[in-house]
Design a protein around this ligand. Structure first.
Ligand code: TYM
Length: 371
């Protein structure tokens, strides 16, 4: 989807995103207070990403809750396109997915679209993608998913599991639909044009595994929604339940505007970054501050456009601490240097701990693979 001010597609997120407008354009629903209180009742606690509105939109999440309340469990499905190292933006939906897995006690299918990432970029070789596939899987495992309830599906290796389903899907989606939904051009290679059914297929894999219609909930940032739109349109025609979604916003890059992205590495914090790199990137971050200390004390700053504020809010501050930070920032009682120091002090141990889990994960890969 593209408007004058911003673009959100599975391959590009740019500009100053208006999430309310996006809900309208994509035709999704805002997560209501009522839905939140139902989740709280089932799980006993509301995850901060729900409470703070980081996960803000959905398609039929309420129906998943109704089925769950009736005793019908769903599967979770999410994924990764292995085009580079993992950054903190990727971790947010995965940390949330882990919370859902734990609280609802459900299975998860995690797709690695190595085919997509090979096809998308003219210069990328299958070997490049394969290297990131292995590395990214370590990050995924390091998030802490339950090995007994999680299966990682690598497209090029596990294609036999999804190929028959993807054929059923492909047969029912026309070229003009994918052109309109994904913006494919005459110059787009036909591998990309034929790829959407491959990402759609795991939506129905749980029904095949369980041998009965099994609902699926997809937690991901809203950039992936175009896939689900076309999949939902054909689901019932081929005898499967429509996949449901819960959508997050984007963690901004340290340069603000658009999302944190591996393709602008100086504005992304990777799980493999050294302490020096983290220090440097945070020091160079664009903030919502004034040009001088005097002006900042006098006029206050704008936390709304400041990535440092949002990183602290979504990853490290409590809600109360974050609200107080916002107040002090607006009132000119807080200088950007202080927030940057807070973020460095919180990020460095977080990444150091994650790196240890990542190392350990190298020996656990087999537990998560399909046979
Ligand atoms: P990929 O690898 O681009 O992104 C992986 C996941 O991270 C989310 N994401 C972000 N979330 C918050 N802030 C950001 N800055 C940010 N950047 C990326 C994405 O929404 C995604 O959830 N084609 C997909 C892989 C895939 C998939 C799926 C994703 C296959 N099946 C099912 C979600 C659900 C891709 O390349 O994602």
């Amino acid at each position: 989807m593209s408007t004058e001010d911003f673009t959100v597609t599975p391959w590009s997120v740019e500009g100053d995103i208006d999430y309310d407008k996006l809900i309208q354009k994509f035709g999704t629903e805002k997560i209501s207070e009522q839905v939140l209180s139902r989740v709280e009742k089932i799980t006993g606690e509301l995850h901060p990403m729900l409470k703070l509105g980081y996960f803000f939109s959905h398609r039929d999440f309420d129906k998943i809750l109704t089925e769950y309340e009736r005793g019908n469990k769903f599967y979770l499905y999410t994924g990764r396109g292995p085009s580079g190292s993992i950054h903190m933006g990727h971790l947010l939906p995965w940390i949330f997915t882990k919370y859902l897995q734990e609280k609802f006690d459900v299975n998860l299918i995690f797709q690695i679209t190595d085919d997509e990432k090979f096809l998308y970029n003219d210069d990328r070789t299958l070997q490049d993608v394969s290297k990131y596939t292995t590395e990214n899987i370590c990050d995924i495992i390091a998030v802490g998913f339950d090995p007994k309830k999680t299966k990682i599906l690598i497209d090029t290796k596990d294609i036999k599991r999804i190929y028959p389903i993807s054929l059923e899907i492909a047969k029912r989606i026309t070229f003009s639909t994918v052109k309109a939904v994904f913006g494919f051009q005459n110059s787009t290679n036909i591998g990309m044009v034929g790829f959407p059914p491959i990402q759609a297929a795991p939506c129905f894999l749980p029904s095949v595994i369980e041998g009965r219609p099994t609902p699926v909930l997809i937690p991901a940032a809203i950039d992936q929604d175009p896939y689900w739109r076309v999949t939902r349109d054909i689901a019932e025609k081929i005898g499967f339940p429509k996949p449901t979604q819960i959508h997050s916003k984007f963690l901004p890059g340290l340069g603000m505007q658009g999302k944190m992205s591996s393709s602008i590495p100086e504005t992304a914090i990777f799980t493999t970054d050294t302490e020096e790199a983290i220090d440097k990137k945070i020091s160079n971050t664009f903030t919502g501050g004034q040009p001088t200390v005097d002006l900042q004390r006098k006029l206050g700053a704008n936390f709304n456009i400041c990535p440092v504020f949002w990183y602290l809010r979504y990853f490290f501050d409590t809600e109360k601490e974050s609200d107080e930070r916002a107040r002090k920032c607006r009132a000119g009682e807080l200088l950007c240097g202080e927030c940057k120091c807070n973020l460095k002090d919180a990020t460095k141990p977080f990444i150091a701990d994650f790196k240890k889990k990542r190392e350990k994960a190298k020996n656990e890969i087999d537990k998560f693979m399909f046979d």
